[in-house]
Design a binder for this molecule. Structure first.
Ligand SMILES: *Cc1c(COP(=O)(O)O)cnc(C)c1O
Length: 416
């Protein structure tokens, strides 16, 4: 419905209307996925017998925190894994993945990344390029990688050749990160898994599941041994204020818990203070919020496609993450796009984002983020490293209604 709360010119408004028409069948598919995952989540809450008494936080060591245990069970159930470790103690997604890697890898082991170079912030953890003291490399964990094919798809022959009898871990990144390759679908995870298990049966298959939760009906737990993600992305539902999760085989999750706390105490300690309620609420909302973020991404793909820009994925493509990349071609458009997104935020709409040297990234980055939670990327945000091919990566959107206006304002701001 037309409104005059935000200034959108008639031609951009018309593009928006046309984009909505184009995305109708994609939206129907998203609604089906959302409903399935929402009911799966509801079932998991009921099976875990969640009651208000589970929300009262523990202090100190946090022994016998029943809320913490129930939340672990819920995550395990919705991700189709044996066990899970859901904690506000994880400081970021990178920290969560780091705990998982250090939890299961030992000196002399080989980690094989099968989706090319991992996400920027993981490179220092592994010891690629930079070699920080305390990296996996510093602990003599060997690293190898199989590049993706030139179209961004998985190189199965390459994986077959790279697997050795003593490969300890196959590492998969599902999301595109700051790249233009497609995200992996669960059917790709299944293929990688079958191939790996046919050659090295006891290899640990680990997944960086950031941005992939609740995007499909099929959960990855059947195909991988271990996965990790961030609670300020999809599975926190925009409500979790911090944290991460690790899920997978019970023996591996225990090793990770031994790394997060101490060998021996593992999952038995770690007080929840007052945060359990937010983590439960966030988890409950997560499938729906992920659906809203997907709709925002699909709408953006349709709008910028109509405006003549290359977008990936396209609005009718099946998605394995919530990220939308738009190739804007130059620095100026990137900046205007991000400033338009910022102007549509509920928080800090009055500030103007500028490019800066962000820790952990190689080039200057401009970020639009007007979020309730600092750095949250399930709330609408857009980041663009100022480097070729001058693409902006947009993700999130707590609700499609404001997400839609943000996309139109980004287009409007570029037009001006
Ligand atoms: C976000 C992300 C991470 C790291 O999470 P942070 O919370 O930014 O540390 C790792 N891998 C992928 C694919 C991500 O999208």
């Amino acid at each position: 419905m037309k409104n005059n709360f935000f200034e959108i010119s008639p031609d951009i408004y018309k593009v928006g209307e046309k984009a909505l028409e184009n995305t109708r069948s994609s939206f129907e598919r998203i609604d089906e996925i959302t409903e399935y995952n929402q009911l799966k989540m509801l079932r998991a809450f009921q099976d875990a017998r969640v009651s208000e008494s589970l929300f009262s936080g523990s202090t100190g060591y946090g022994y016998d925190d029943r809320g913490r245990e129930a939340l672990d069970r819920i995550f395990a159930q919705v991700l189709d894994t044996e066990d899970a470790l859901v904690r506000h103690h994880f400081a970021s997604g990178t920290h969560t993945l780091t705990v998982a890697l250090f939890g299961v890898l030992r000196p002399g082991d080989t980690m094989l990344s099968v989706t090319g170079t991992p996400y920027d912030t993981l490179q220092g953890v592994i010891g690629i390029g930079k070699n920080y003291s305390g990296s996996l490399k510093d602990f003599d964990v060997k690293y190898e990688q199989v590049e993706l094919l030139s179209d961004g798809s998985v190189d199965y022959d390459g994986i077959r050749n790279a697997l050795k009898p003593d490969t300890k871990m196959v590492y998969i990144q599902r999301s595109r990160g700051y790249s233009l390759r497609p995200s992996l679908l669960t059917q790709d995870l299944k293929k990688i898994s079958e191939l790996t298990r046919s050659i090295v049966p006891d290899c640990i298959i680990m997944l960086d599941n950031c941005y992939g939760e609740f995007v499909e009906t099929d959960a990855p737990g059947k195909y991988v041994d271990l996965m990790a993600g961030s609670l300020i992305k999809n599975p926190g539902g925009g409500i979790a204020p911090t944290g991460g999760y690790i899920a997978g085989r019970a023996d591996l999750v225990e090793k990770c818990a031994f790394r997060l706390t101490t060998p021996g105490t593992g999952k038995e300690i770690g007080c929840t203070l007052g945060h359990s309620r937010e983590l439960f609420m966030g988890a409950f909302h997560a499938p729906h919020v992920t659906g809203e973020a997907l709709k925002t991404a699909v709408f953006a793909a349709a709008v910028f496609d109509l405006l003549g820009y290359e977008v990936t994925p396209k609005y009718d493509e099946v998605r394995g993450d919530i990220i939308q990349a738009v190739l804007l071609g130059n620095e100026e458009r990137l900046i205007h796009f991000c400033q338009g997104i910022q102007a549509a935020s509920p928080i800090d709409s009055f500030v103007t984002p500028e490019p800066w040297d962000m820790p952990g990234y190689d080039s200057k980055v401009i970020m639009a983020a007007g979020a309730f939670t600092l750095g949250s990327s399930i709330e609408l945000s857009a980041d663009a490293p100022l480097r070729e091919p001058y693409a902006v990566w947009m993700q999130g959107g707590l609700n499609f209604h404001s997400g839609k206006t943000a996309v139109l304002l980004a287009a409007e701001n570029m037009r001006k």
